[in-house]
Design a protein around this ligand. Structure first.
Ligand code: TXA
Ligand code: MG
Length: 322
């Protein structure tokens, strides 16, 4: 039997076990030089849904995908000359690049919260490096703290706050930087999306002046506003209790009958499963020729809050909340 919240010193055996857990869809906390990350297979919608469930986020925030080197990032995103220069200068390190995702990008839609961009980082910490090489897939990892709490810089912080939710915590000691990575957006003009371990000045020496969100606005420049989230072309009708023949149905729990086509977020009413299916199913139902997408009610508890947040944004009049 596996017990949750186990802390193991990051030996070769522990790293091998952590990699196996990640490949099987588990949650593993691991050290990076910035902060501890709460990792899951970034290519698995279901594994990433577990991250959001563990962090108890009220909304889906896009997550950073971690890779062992620049070569492993090949094929996931479009690297323009600025991205190549920044990667060459700061990877491995405390820099995250937000780049356009490629059409055949393997990163799950939920990892990037439905955005057309992906956030990539190559951490320098030897434990993170060894783990990422052993997994052989991108690993999604937000800071390993519950939403709204301080980021963890020691394995004990992770165990105290989230231990019950995590399959294994790799202990690599205290994080050297202790501050999250700097996030630079390269969708359009280079922008400082989050200050962090690499200074603005050192980045500007490579790519020139960065756009910086206005004073006092740094954190709330939500990616949802800054970069257009995926919103279906069809209008959404929420809390549907019936469906018309010209509508697509996004069901939850036992599906109501009718509709031109149906996708069920979770027939059994499982919110983690529903989160994993959300972005993919919205895309599948968004067919030209239909009148709209009827969405059955999703309960507001647990991951339901984040699912409903996303659905309300997608249902909002166009130009708002996207
Ligand atoms: O140091 C770090 O960056 C740590 C370690 C574990 O790597 N991770 C971390 O992740 O701080 P998280 O999820 O707590 O923060 C991710 C940041 C958020 O500010 C998020 O909005 C931004 O990256 N981000 C991720 N994907 C994005 C995207 N596609 N577009 C814009 N911003 C994005
Ligand atoms: Mg965080």
């Amino acid at each position: 039997m596996q017990t949750k919240g186990r802390i193991l010193p990051a030996t070769a055996e522990a790293i091998a076990e952590a990699a196996a857990l990640l490949k099987a869809g588990g949650l593993v906390a691991f050290p990076t030089e910035t902060v501890y990350g709460l990792g899951a297979d970034a290519t698995s919608e279901a594994a990433v849904a577990r991250i959001f469930a563990a962090k108890r986020r009220p909304a889906f925030n896009p997550l950073i995908s971690h890779l062992p080197d620049r070569a492993a990032a090949q094929g996931l995103a479009a690297f323009d000359s600025r991205a190549r220069a920044l990667a060459a200068a700061f990877w491995p390190g405390a820099l995250t690049l937000v780049l356009p995702r490629t059409t055949d990008c393997a990163i799950a839609r939920l990892t990037s919260a439905g955005l057309e961009s992906v956030a990539l980082r190559v951490p320098a910490h030897p434990v993170a490096q060894a783990l990422l090489r052993a997994v052989g897939r991108p690993v999604a990892a937000p800071s390993a703290n519950p939403s709204g709490r301080l980021s963890p810089t020691r394995a004990e912080h992770v165990a105290a706050a989230l231990g019950g939710e995590i399959d294994l915590i790799l202990d690599g000691g205290a994080c050297e930087v202790g501050l999250e990575s700097t996030v630079v957006g390269l969708i359009g003009p280079a922008a400082l999306l989050r200050a962090g371990g690499v200074t603005r000045e050192s980045i500007e020496r490579v790519v020139g002046p960065l756009l910086v969100p206005a004073e006092g606005e740094a954190a709330p420049v939500s990616p949802g506003r800054l970069l257009s989230h995926y919103a279906p072309n069809l209008p959404l009708r929420l809390d549907a209790t019936s469906v018309r023949p010209d509508e697509a149905l996004l069901a939850f729990g036992p599906a109501i009958a009718g509709g031109a086509m149906t996708r069920n977020l979770s027939a059994g009413g499982n919110l983690v499963e529903a989160a994993a299916n959300l972005f993919q199913m919205l895309r599948e139902l968004d067919r030209p020729g239909l009148a709209g997408i009827a969405v059955m009610p999703v309960p507001e508890h647990g991951l339901g809050a984040a699912i409903n947040d996303r659905l309300r944004r997608a249902a909002a009049p166009r130009g708002e909340g996207r």
